[in-house]
Design a protein around this ligand. Sequence first.
Ligand code: BT5
Length: 253
Amino acid sequence: KNDLSTKEIGSRIIYFDTIDSTNNYSKRIAKDTPHGTIIISEEQSGGRGRLGRNWISPKGEGIWMSILLKPEIPPTEGMKMTQIAAAAACQAIRDVTALEAYIKWPNDIVVHGKKVCGILTEMAGELNQIDYLIVGIGINANNLSFPKEFKDVATSLAIEKGEKVDRKTLILDLLSKFEALYCHYIMEGKLDETLSIIRNYSAVLGKSVRIIKGNQECYAIVEEINDEGCLKVRYEDGEEELLISGEVSIRGK
Ligand code: BT5
């Protein structure tokens, strides 16, 4: 049964018990599948993070889903979808669980300093117009343990809250928030509502962070998240730089 209150996001829902990756599957069917389709799986055997990293996605414990979108935008605007998803996920986690979730620019949601959610946006198309865009959202909802190499960096909503989270309630809330922010951006060209959530709940704004770009690492203070959603940082030598999401990872100092 479909309890979604949204109009376009979730117009179609494809559900799996297990799949390699909901983003991979979305890519395989993207051409012939309508805008707004949600692909969701109980388990991913090859869940992916950015830059070829793995995303562990055990059965029945998380929310592993992709949103297939076909907006009329150039690829340069695509990364704004990551921010819209991050804002929607952070706000939904706060509203549904009452946990203090923060956004670690550009694509992580953290609770008590550990990652509960990651977002992977991928797209295909031409220079001036994308064919499609896939927003992959992974939320550790009810995982009760993690492999030991993740213990210090990852957690779940259930671990932090001390009780299980109703995944369906969270998904419905997240999608309705995503649709509102997405439509506001697409129809009016405005990212303001997304940015106010991102700034309000930023885990990095005003903080000293470690920036990892390829195999380079340096320290900087985060001065601003600008109106395009880019991060303005000042390095220790006084130099400033505008970072575009997708090219960097950020760690606490
Ligand atoms: C991300 O990458 O955070 C994006 C994760 C996107 C996952 C969703 S699930 C649905 C859709 N289908 C997919 O195949 N992917 C998307 P990144 O910023 O590169 O972070 C990856 C890093 O997070 C890994 O290198 C690990 O250190 C850590 N990690 C892996 N699994 C994790 C988990 N379940 N929870 C927290 N951290 C994790």
